[in-house]
Write a protein that binds this ligand. Structure first.
Ligand SMILES: NC(=O)c1ccc[n+]([C@@H]2O[C@H](COP(=O)([O-])OP(=O)(O)OC[C@H]3O[C@@H](n4cnc5c(N)ncnc54)[C@H](OP(=O)(O)O)[C@@H]3O)[C@@H](O)[C@H]2O)c1
Length: 246
């Protein structure tokens, strides 16, 4: 990505940052000088993750946020507003995968609802609550952590490279997340705020039962988008090889 903003003292909220890819995103942003707000639904997990970064000399604070609980989301926005008066970076990372390996015809509607509550509706709640704070930034950046599994181009048709990956709830929730990116981008066009989807690729985390590359590598596209300069993209989908097909 061409230009990158100076991260120094930029205030960054990363949801679900107590572990996995998002902890690595928070760490990378903090290492570049940002204040990493570690969003976590379990208060103690957030404190411990923030303490880990602080012990390495970086600026980090925990923020309790369960993205499926509107009161928790609003409280987090109030806390950030009181403490910093603005938000420069929002990384919507918190996500779940609770149904794997089943054919669509065997999918459980309850599990699908649960997935969408977090991966889609929760993201809308967080963006809408944080937008007033992002509008106070000189260059607000929103990054939605998506997946190649949400790409029509990579999944549709028998020859598509990811057509064998079965998980209707998760895959379609990431397609919906990409649709959120495109829709918010249209609204935010012409403002200092940019919103994009990032594809971390398969990373070894609890979500994948440890399969994949190191989470620190999967964090790279999101960190670049979080610091994209004024000439950076709005409404795109990017991985570490550049643009990902929708
Ligand atoms: N790993 C991969 O290969 C891969 C590939 C493509 C995309 N992704 C995406 O990357 C993101 C991070 O995944 P990961 O692999 O790092 O998974 P992970 O290690 O399981 O971490 C998920 C994080 O989300 C949090 N979370 C879940 N529900 C939440 C809620 N309602 N409110 C707040 N936080 C919540 C979890 O908190 P708790 O600790 O409290 O459970 C945890 O901190 C997800 O959006 C995932 O879909 C992952």
């Amino acid at each position: 990505m061409a230009q990158q903003l100076d991260a120094k003292w930029r205030v960054a909220l990363i949801t679900g940052a107590n572990k996995g890819i998002s902890f690595e995103i928070a760490k990378a942003l903090a290492e570049k000088g940002a204040i990493a707000l570690i969003g976590a639904r379990k208060p103690q997990a957030g404190i411990e993750a923030a303490d880990t970064l602080k012990a390495e000399g970086w600026a980090a604070d925990p923020v309790v946020i369960d993205i499926t609980d509107e009161a928790s989301v609003v409280a987090a926005a109030l806390q950030i507003g009181k403490q910093f008066g603005k938000l420069d970076i929002l990384v919507n990372n918190a996500g779940i995968s609770v149904e794997r390996g089943r054919e669509p015809s065997e999918s459980d509607v309850g599990l699908m609802r649960q997935t969408y509550e977090t991966n889609v509706f929760g993201v809308v709640a967080v963006i809408n609550a944080m937008l007033p704070l992002l509008r106070k930034s000189d260059a607000g950046r929103i990054v939605n952590i998506s997946s190649g599994l949400g790409s029509f181009a990579l999944r549709a048709g028998p020859d598509a490279p990811l057509s064998h990956m079965r998980a209707l709830a998760y895959n379609s929730s990431k397609t919906a997340l990409n649709a959120l990116t495109a829709n918010y981008a249209n609204e935010l066009e012409g403002t200092p705020i940019k919103i994009n989807s990032a594809n971390p690729g398969l990373c070894a985390t609890d979500l994948t039962h440890g399969n994949g590359r190191p989470a620190s590598e999967g964090a790279v596209p999101a960190v670049e988008l979080a610091l994209a300069g004024v000439d950076g993209p709005n409404g795109g989908f990017f991985g570490d090889q550049g643009a990902v097909p929708w």
